[in-house]
Design a protein around this ligand. Sequence first.
Ligand code: GDP
Ligand code: MG
Length: 440
Amino acid sequence: GLSERLQSVMSKIRGKGKVTEADVKEMMREVRLALLEADVNFKVVKDFVKRVSERAVGQEVLKSLTPGQQVIKVVKEELTELMGGEQSKIAVASRPPTVIMMVGLQGAGKTTTTGKLANLLRKRYNRNPMLVAADIYRPAAIKQLETLGKQLNMPVFSLGDQVSPVEIAKQAIEKAKEEHYDYVLIDTAGRLHIDETLMDELKQMKEIAKPDEIFLVVDAMTGQDAVNVAQSFHEQLGITGVILTKLDGDTRGGAALSIRAVTNTPIKFVGMGEKLDALEPFHPERMASRILGMGDVLTLIEKAQAAVDEEKAKELEQKMRTATFTLDDFLEQLGQVRKLGPLDEILKMIPGFHKIKGLNNLQIDEKQISRVEAIIRSMTKEEKMHPEIINGSRKKRIAKGSGTSVQEVNRLLKQFDEMKKMMKMMTNMPKGKKKGFKFP
Ligand code: GDP
Ligand code: MG
């Protein structure tokens, strides 16, 4: 993923006061790849990288961030901006009913989303929607909507499959007026590919139904093709919003970015499952993280920023560099890490962590940390500075004093020793070969 690749670049430019053009160029190469991997359209990627580069070069680095983190911050801000603010509002007609047309390719999730949206309108906005079965071409499409209507206990308007969709829409709206439904959600037919017959029919329906919203329903797994689909629906119909479905899958969802950039219409909701309550407002920030494949790196950076005393952090880093890191420093660092919040929550924010097999059910043991802290606290000043003097009898004393065992004391000393060795290795490595991301 992006984060792994960026980390090596980031560690290289650590410690500089200004972000240089070369730094940004190197990082942008990785960002570009990540976006393309997430199926963002190449033209969108090109424009994006250009804009971020212009903004990032020459920036003063915030005291609490490394230059690498700073560039990531700019990337995420721009990405969020590109996807627009939170836009989960739905139009309300001045004279009811409010009419919504659901359009999109076959299999995108129109029918399911029609049910979900009706559910949301009733639950969240206290509305009284009517569903309209206007897909007369796909076998069982009417039945599918009727089943959803039954589950929701909501009326489904249908005239079978022998009446034209345009006529169905017209009569449905009349009926909604008479019976005081305030929303009419029209489920329309899709095709496997965009074709003229489909578009003509939708255009006629738009003429007659005068919808307040036309929502384009797009399968988030549609990669590069999403742009073409969105573009032609938008050109022909003028869509007012996008609903991205199947985001519960493992797609990175780069389509969202492309669609937003190409149509300049907001993504309003995302489908997160097959169930009727699996429709959520679109959160641009979350999507930005997802597209970049970075977990919540930025949240982590921000949390770290808030909790870690800047001067202390610098001091620690200096100590790590010169490998004069002592057990006292270790204790201090443990305390700072704990300030960030419950450990397992912090670990969850580290990109890729959730993907590591077997760690899913891992309970991070806070008690373990307390024991380590107790052990270190039971050492004398001299022992903490020079742990090599800790012999058998000292170990026994420390274990007793901390309410732990000699084995635990041994384990800690061994870990600390390894940690120091690793630090030494890292600081002695030639520039550019360093790995890893200082945490926090
Ligand atoms: P339509 O042809 O555009 O009307 O698409 P449907 O509403 O019939 O949906 C096609 C398939 O996608 C169905 O099996 C749905 O259950 C499924 N589907 C729709 N939305 C979602 C979603 O958000 N997540 C998942 N996992 N499946 C979805
Ligand atoms: Mg359908």
